[in-house]
Design a protein around this ligand. Structure first.
Ligand code: JFZ
Length: 437
């Protein structure tokens, strides 16, 4: 059936990507830092000597840990070693252009002193606002801040997953007012933020009110022109999420890439998109016992470059400890990625899909006439094969500013010799090209 035939009032309101300066900036930054921080960091994936094997920030839902105990953790929230200037410096050194902070995760605890609930930092021994100084510190380093906000709120008496009775409906109606109040409060308190990163929008209560998500999005963007909101906020009036019932993307970019990246251009349909990634398997908040494979810096750099090569942003998650410091594995990766980005960042920032397919040796990215070969796998021959489109001239090839000499092996086809000495990190070859008019 022709999906375009479904009349919708609360579907997508735009076709194609946003073209304004705010969105162009988001798109050019390419690399972001995610931070999941909240009361779950105090538990650190453990309770009563037992280890929780799920994601640390979900520990409240674990049957072993009484929710009443979790709900008292705020009395211990006192991150005496939280230094936002240091966080911002580390993020800057890593090469992040933007960051996303959990203002409120599913547990409902607010890292800012919201006037709409008592379940906030203000009630903790720390007392002070976490978010304001963070926004200021990151902005000072030129890093844009986005606010993660969970619609799921396990603490709020009016939050519901589904509406079965008139009392549920009345409660959820109040809950939606609460949500709108908190979001307004955040924008008024922190006017330099660039957008919201919504989560916890999969419950029936939320997705069966597409009109509300639509009106909320429009309200927020009117209040704060340029505000960027991903597709995870929205449902249409038929309950379709991210993509409306006619298969058009809602919101400003595709926000469904969670610990998984697209493989090819067809997977993202030309839409702006962002992928979010954890360093261990599936831990967003701090977990004292990381299990399973822990991604190396080279693996994460590959994901970042792959994302750029497919026209998307890559956001790497960190889960600081309860005292406000980052675990050593995270610090190490920030430094290693940053060291690589300082030398090779031009293959990422402002770059996008090159339109040259996926080569065996790595990824192509492009910015204007500069084509970047980001090499992860050197063939035993030591020759990297490159095929440029017809009517393209290769003016110059270089690696770290040193010229390399391509060998012409066919029409617009070259070998780039790189030798086969062992390598410990990916490297970049810059091709200066020009296109005949
Ligand atoms: C959600 C949260 O439940 C989780 O704690 C974390 O904050 C993460 C960033 O977001 O988890 C999700 C959300 C979406 C998908 C999977 C897990 N998804 O679309 O596959």
């Amino acid at each position: 059936p022709n999906k375009d035939s479904i009349p919708l009032q609360h579907g997508a309101h735009r076709s194609g990507n946003r073209t304004d300066a705010d969105m162009a900036r988001w798109r050019s930054l390419r690399f972001g830092q995610f931070v999941h921080w909240g009361l779950y960091a105090i538990a650190g994936g453990e309770w009563n000597g037992k280890i929780y094997n799920g994601a640390a920030e979900w520990i409240r839902s674990w049957k072993e840990m009484p929710t009443a105990v979790y709900d008292q953790l705020y009395k211990q929230f006192n991150p005496v070693n939280y230094h936002p200037e240091q966080w911002a410096q580390q993020a800057k050194d890593m090469g992040a252009g933007y960051m996303i902070i959990t203002t409120k995760h599913h547990d409902g605890f607010c890292l800012w002193p919201s006037k709409y609930t008592r379940y906030t930092v203000a009630a903790s021994p720390y007392k002070k606002d976490i978010i304001g100084p963070m926004v200021e510190a990151y902005n000072k380093k030129g890093i844009d801040v986005y606010l993660y906000f969970s619609i799921i709120d396990w603490n709020h008496p009016d939050w519901r997953t589904s509406l079965k009775t008139p009392a549920d409906s009345a409660a959820y109606k109040r809950f939606k007012v609460f949500v709108k109040n908190q979001l307004t409060e955040l924008l008024v308190k922190y006017p330099t933020v660039k957008g919201f990163w919504f989560d916890g929008t999969w419950d029936d209560s939320w997705k069966n009110d597409g009109a509300f998500s639509d009106e909320l999005e429009q309200y927020l963007q009117k209040l704060h022109p340029g505000l960027i909101i991903g597709s995870r906020l929205r449902a249409d009036e038929r309950g379709a999420r991210h993509f409306d019932s006619n298969n058009h993307l809602m919101g400003d970019y595709e926000q469904g890439w969670e610990r998984k990246l697209p493989e090819q251009p067809a997977d993202v349909h030309g839409n702006d998109w962002e992928g979010v990634m954890t360093i261990p398997e599936n831990q967003w908040g701090y977990h004292a016992h990381w299990l399973g494979h822990i991604k190396s810096s080279n693996e994460l750099i590959e994901m970042l470059v792959k994302s750029t090569s497919l026209g998307g942003n890559f956001v790497l998650n960190f889960g600081p400890k309860a005292d406000g410091t980052f675990r050593s594995e995270e610090v190490q990766r920030m430094q290693e990625i940053g060291n690589w980005m300082k030398v090779n960042g031009s293959a990422v920032y402002g770059a996008s899909e090159a339109g040259l397919g996926k080569p065996d040796w790595g990824y192509y990215t492009r910015r204007g006439d500069s084509v970047f070969m980001v090499v992860f796998n050197v063939p035993v021959s030591g020759n990297l094969r490159v095929k440029l489109p017809a009517k393209t001239t290769l003016a110059e090839a270089s690696a770290s500013g040193q010229p390399v000499t391509p060998e012409l092996i066919g029409k617009n086809e070259y070998f780039i010799p790189v030798g086969n000495a062992p390598r410990h990190a990916p490297f970049v070859i810059l091709l200066q090209t020009s296109r005949a008019a």
